[in-house]
Design a protein around this ligand. Structure first.
Ligand code: IMP
Length: 471
């Protein structure tokens, strides 16, 4: 039976959020892609160019980092709200690439209050990570400790393993205020010069201090005139798109138009509720929508939580179900688990339902999208973590977002028989082998939300979207 996206129509009855329930890269792009045509606007509310997904429309594949996927549909507005941090270089490149392929980008709107990722933010992100890795290395050699303190992390230690897109330094400036630049400021180059004078002094001093702690790294020197020129060009290029998106969004909902909130990054990377400090710097759950858009939470409506059928993580920090063996390698290869933004091989592990149960609760998930189920075909057994064992031997069903404590837990698994059959051609839940269905039913039982979308392959059509059975 062919899957029919219109059977997800109830998701479009109100506004709807699509949000990642793990550590990112769950396949939100594919889900957004599937349901976007039913909405009047697609809204990004958090994060920046650290996110990335590809969207397929017709036979065309588009890689998007900042521009909401609504841009690809003539009747859907693409809105970048104030909670996003905008890197004009990435945004302009993305707009040019889209326009070059015949996409009308004139309808994109960007909040005048979104903060700007400046060139020195990217320099600081990179340098800070190097500085932290270096000081960790030095600290470890001082005390003879193992610098590989965090299990499975690539460049281990105090560094976060960021995407180096300037996200953390930009949000830090937003909180610092005096050194921040918002999109509206790009449109006022005359008043920007004075601010950039101060900012350059602060940034060059900070970056110089960090560079001094990284052997062989010259201190970067940012100049006012150069930055001003860059800002002026960016402002002129983006001017036609800049508006007060808060009023725009309120006007849209008052007219009864429906919005799709497209979460970036994912819940366990949330700055307040994730595995801090190994998180990104914004509110990545559906909780971030009101603050990031200016719309009260009653407008959020349905929340579709997107998860992989297993776990992955990029960057550092604890990951209780991480696999270091051949099973892990097999999942990585079958799932092509290499970062879209950085190309880094992703850390992989069994499905962690303690984590998903927690994040589904945070976002108020009314339904689940379980992606990449096809990757799990051909395994003799499938392990699903439903509890953690603490160092004192007690067990808990609750997630522990404190990284230092989470690092000490041992996953307690339910063992399920694997399914040998490939599922890439399944277009209805009934087409799946019984053991794959049992896997989904376990997820529904443990998380307490129905599975409404199932990803069964990389192609756009390889998806099961129907009203749920069970729960
Ligand atoms: P940042 O957002 O670049 O500061 O990176 C902070 C952490 O979040 C790092 O571990 C990144 O790998 C991770 N991260 C940020 N965005 C994403 C994403 O969209 N997918 C997966 N990991 C992400």
């Amino acid at each position: 039976m062919p899957s029919d996206p219109t059977r997800l129509a109830s998701l479009t009855d109100s506004c709807c959020a699509v949000t990642g329930l793990q550590w990112g890269d769950e396949g939100k792009g594919k889900v957004v892609d599937l349901i976007t045509p039913g909405f009047d606007g697609v809204v990004r509310y958090n994060g920046g160019a650290n996110a990335g997904h590809s969207v397929v429309v017709g036979d065309q594949r588009y890689a998007l980092h900042l521009v909401p996927s609504g841009i690809l549909y003539p009747d859907t507005r693409a809105i970048v709200a104030g909670g996003v941090v905008v890197d004009p270089d990435v945004l302009i490149k993305e707009l040019d690439a889209l326009a070059g392929r015949g996409v009308d980008v004139s309808g994109l709107v960007i909040s005048d209050r979104a903060h700007v990722v400046m060139p020195y933010h990217k320099a600081e992100d990179e340098l800070r990570e190097q500085f932290l890795a270096e000081s960790e290395r030095q600290g470890a050699s001082d005390v003879g400790a193992d610098p590989a303190a965090w299990s499975g992390a690539g460049d281990k230690g105090a560094s976060i393993g960021t995407t180096k897109r300037g996200i953390g330094p930009c949000y830090a400036d937003k909180a610092q205020r005096a050194t921040a630049i918002r999109v509206a400021d790009l449109l006022r180059p005359d008043t920007l010069r004075e601010r950039l004078r101060t900012i350059c002094r602060v940034k060059n001093a900070t970056l110089g201090g960090l560079a001094a702690g990284v052997p062989g790294h010259a201190a970067p020197a940012f100049e006012v005139d150069e930055l001003l020129e860059w800002a002026r060009n960016a402002g002129e290029r983006l001017r036609a798109h800049v508006t007060d998106t808060t009023y725009l969004l309120h006007d849209m909902v008052e007219r009864g138009e429906r919005l799709l909130f497209e979460g970036a990054n994912a819940a366990l990377l949330d700055v307040d509720h994730g595995t801090y400090p190994f998180v990104t710097s914004s509110s990545t759950t559906a909780l971030g929508i009101p603050a990031g858009t200016g719309l009260p939470s009653r407008h959020v409506g349905e929340v579709l939580g997107v998860m992989k059928a297993y776990s992955t993580r990029v960057g550092n920090g604890p990951m209780p179900t991480e696999l270091f063996d051949d099973t892990g390698s097999k999942i990585r290869e079958r799932g092509r688990e290499y970062g879209t933004t950085t190309g880094r091989p992703r850390r992989v592990g069994w499905l962690d339902l303690v984590a998903v149960r927690y994040t589904a609760k945070l976002s108020g998930a009314t339904g689940l999208a379980v992606m990449l189920l096809d990757v799990l075909a051909g395994f003799d057994e499938l392990m699903v973590c439903t509890r953690y064992r603490l160092p004192d031997g007690t067990e808990t069903e609750r997630f522990i977002p404190d990284s230092a404590t989470l690092e000490g837990v041992t996953p307690v698994y339910e063992r399920l028989e694997g399914f040998a059959e490939e599922v890439v051609d399944a277009r209805a839940r009934a087409d799946l082998p019984p053991r794959a269905r049992a896997y989904l039913e376990l997820i529904e039982r443990e998380v307490g939300a129905p599975v409404r979308v199932i990803g069964v392959g990389p192609e756009r059509s390889q998806v099961i979207a129907e009203e749920p059975v069970g729960v």
